[in-house]
Design a binder for this molecule. Structure first.
Ligand code: BG6
Length: 474
């Protein structure tokens, strides 16, 4: 069993979800600024304008993470803070901000793990069709190079894109994320494909700059489990993987598009002309150094029953009874496992998916280093009169996932780190601020945004210390 000595323990955030300062110091307008301010589809009527105010309070947050014994912090860079118009002029004040954050992380002993794109397109790029437009890949590569040049001397862990599939799914299939296309499967695959190409090209650009760090992509874990009663078990597994996983994983880890993709797209009735023959070279030259996995749930599927395609998604939490899932006409549909708990947003809580996905990736893709780049639990919370939250549910749930991670490591899976989502409460896309994930409570009603560590903060500190102590005993 390998318990790596240099295992990274930390927390993960994304720029739009915590920075605030949405229009300060030359930052350009982002797609989420516009969506949250203007769209009737922003059903919970909240914005990330201030959020945790990480932009001004980053030292407080980093100090708390350091005191929790974390040795890493995963965060993303806002493209529009660095290049306000998406292309062209660089905003030095944006560079200065991330320099301050990176330097302070290093001062406090936290290895920065930096994501270039976590859902937040500059509005100017969004208006030119975002990742649905191949031309914007060049813009992304240029932005990445600016970041590598500015921060690459100190940042040794880079992520190209956070959850290419889930971002494309919400923006083009569910329609809850901007630009709010619904059931547009052609656009969905086109975006996932272009994000894969963008990853490959950014990886190549990074290598060409001869920097000495590692670069990867973060995939939202989507391991497909087929219900035991399904009739077409193998076919559902194949189709589920093609729909959720293979395009991102095969391109990033094998350097090629999945061999049965074209056939699958034909079955789906999707025009595949967005794929270009010559891209094969970019994919072959752009394999990642590591894989990040955001582990929350599995995809539990069975045979398609009847009717039309339907998407089930719950951004209303307890105000809705909707269970997350999909019915994909003539392909498959979500199965309901009554023995598996769900959170109040209708998503399964299934710790074993941590183990299943790690084993499956090892089997299909070999020993690529893996970081669990997110794992956590969203819930409503009521603090006591001192603002303290006893979040035993979160502890139990995350503990379950961590135990399964250890089990997979004991069986040889090459896991190099674990990041809690999230170090502190922050904006949860469309769900707003009631859905809390933090190990530290942020009192959003307090003008100073008072920070109060929850029970889970102290639990996580113990987890990290126990890991270190166990290593010392060996
Ligand atoms: C991950 C994202 O998919 O899940 C995060 O990378 C996100 O940005 C997290 O916040 C939890 O999802 P949600 O929708 O509950 O905030």
């Amino acid at each position: 069993m390998s318990y790596p000595k240099d295992f990274l323990w930390g927390g993960a955030t994304a720029a739009y979800q915590c920075e605030g300062a949405w229009n300060e110091d030359g930052k350009g307008l982002g797609e989420w600024d516009v969506f949250c301010h203007e769209s009737p589809l922003n059903i919970n009527h909240v914005t990330g304008d201030v959020s945790c105010d990480f932009y001004h309070k980053y030292k407080e947050y980093i100090d708390l993470m350091a005191a929790e014994k974390c040795n890493t912090y995963r965060f993303s860079i806002s493209w529009a803070r660095i290049i306000p118009n998406g292309v062209g002029e660089v905003n030095q004040k944006g560079i200065d901000f991330y320099n301050r954050v990176i330097d302070y992380c290093l001062e406090k002993g936290l290895e920065p793990n930096v994501t270039l794109f976590h859902y937040d397109l500059p509005q100017k790029i969004a208006l030119k069709d975002g990742f649905a437009n191949r031309e914007n890949i060049d813009a992304f590569v240029e932005y990445a190079k600016v970041c590598f040049k500015a921060f690459g001397d100190r940042v040794k862990l880079w992520v190209t894109i956070n959850e290419p599939k889930y971002y494309a799914y919400c923006s083009n299939v569910v329609g809850n994320y901007p630009p709010n296309h619904k059931q547009d499967f052609e656009r969905y695959f086109n975006v996932v494909y272009n994000e894969a190409l963008a990853t490959a090209r950014v990886v190549k650009a990074y290598r060409d700059m001869k920097l000495d760090g590692k670069i990867g992509v973060v995939h939202d874990n989507s391991n497909v489990d087929v219900a035991p009663y399904a009739k077409e078990r193998e076919l559902i597994k194949l189709r589920g993987d093609m729909f959720y996983n293979s395009l991102t994983l095969d391109t990033a880890l094998k350097g090629m598009i999945p061999s049965s993709l074209i056939l699958f797209l034909r079955e789906m009735g999707v025009d595949s002309s967005f794929m270009k023959f010559e891209d094969a070279i970019d994919f072959a030259n752009g394999k990642v150094d590591f894989l990040g996995l955001n582990v929350y749930n599995r995809f539990y599927l069975t045979d398609f029953s009847e009717g039309e395609t339907e998407i089930y998604h719950n951004n209303l939490g307890a105000k809705s009874k909707m269970k997350e899932g999909i019915k994909l006409k003539n392909m498959f549909e979500s199965a309901n496992d009554p023995t598996t708990k769900r959170n109040l947003w209708g998503r399964e809580i299934y710790p074993k998916c941590m183990y299943d996905t790690l084993k499956e990736i090892k089997e299909n893709y070999g020993d690529i280093p893996i970081y669990i780049t997110e794992n956590g639990h969203g819930q409503y919370e009521t603090p006591d009169e001192n603002g303290y939250v006893d979040d035993q549910d979160r502890i139990d749930m995350m503990n379950g996932y961590i135990e399964y991670m250890y089990k997979a490591m004991e069986e040889g899976c090459n896991v190099k780190g674990y990041y809690a989502w999230s170090p502190m409460d922050l904006y949860s896309w469309v769900n707003g601020y009631e859905k809390r994930y933090g190990l530290i409570r942020v009192d959003f009603d307090d003008p100073n945004l008072k920070l109060i560590p929850k029970k889970s903060y102290y639990w996580f500190k113990d987890v990290i210390e126990n890991y270190q102590n166990n290593l010392a005993d060996k």
